[in-house]
Design a binder for this molecule. Structure first.
Ligand SMILES: [Zn+2]
Ligand SMILES: [Zn+2]
Length: 249
């Protein structure tokens, strides 16, 4: 994949500046690292047990004692779900929520490398020893223009550096979608249906989608649809955080 020369230059300048004047931790504000070790150690895990497919916390069934063990959540029961098998670095809460918010909305693209390092273990888990091609769940260009960077593309680049796997900007948003915030599960799937299109063939490839946060998996599902339509044999996904409280459908 090609990067524009000016993007590479800007990143090089940014790396030098970071070394000279390290920005404070995105979560606690202490100087020394973009996302400090103490905060990384405090990342809240997705409460186990997790759904074997989408990774969301299953919680327990309070009416049953002992709880009935289940392998998949209500959203993944039945026919093979459209959502790709997904694993996340933690729950969208606490220091991880603070860090992702700063990364996305407070102009902290320098945190991408530290955040991407959190994706290595979930990526290896979801790929089960296979090698995948890393594909960012792209923002709409208008959103990238507002923010100045695409957080999923940055995470993908650093995940590729950390693993040695190939990456490709293989999907794009064919249309801008309204915010998913506040929408229920069905409305989220309807909101993003058909939003993505593939930019290249992915024949016989195992694709690992990369995004910052997953809630119902609706966005990942449509990006996965576009990858499969382009020939991918399997699509899995990894995100920084899983945002679904226990028991919410
Ligand atoms: Zn910190
Ligand atoms: Zn599930």
């Amino acid at each position: 994949m090609r990067d524009t020369w000016w993007a590479r230059l800007a990143e090089g300048v940014s790396t030098v500046l970071d070394a000279l004047m390290p920005a404070p931790c995105v979560a606690c504000g202490r100087a020394g690292a973009a996302f400090c070790e103490a905060c990384i150690a405090a990342i809240p895990p997705v409460p186990p047990p997790g759904c074997d497919w989408c990774g969301r916390s299953l919680g327990t069934t309070p009416a049953c004692s002992p709880p009935i063990p289940r392998a998949t959540c209500d959203g993944c029961v039945g026919a093979r779900p459209a959502t790709p098998k997904t694993r996340s670095a933690g729950a969208y809460d606490g220091v991880l929520r603070t860090a992702i918010h700063a990364f996305k909305y407070r102009d902290r693209p320098d945190a991408a490398r530290a955040l991407a390092s959190l994706l290595v273990a979930p990526a290896r888990e979801v790929l089960r020893g296979a090698t995948g091609i890393i594909v960012p769940v792209a923002l709409h260009p208008a959103r990238t223009g507002e923010r100045g960077y695409d957080q999923s593309a940055l995470l993908s680049r650093h995940l590729a550096d950390a693993t040695g796997w190939d990456r490709a900007n293989a999907v794009a948003r064919a249309r801008a979608t309204p915010s998913q915030i506040g929408l229920g599960r069905a409305a989220r799937f309807a909101n993003v249906a058909g939003a993505f299109r593939a930019l290249q063939r992915l024949d016989r490839q195992v694709v690992i989608l990369v995004d910052d946060v997953t809630t119902t998996g609706a966005t990942l599902a449509d990006a996965a649809r576009a990858c499969r339509a382009a020939g991918a044999t399997e699509v899995v996904a990894v995100t920084l955080a899983h945002d679904l409280p226990v028991g919410r459908p």
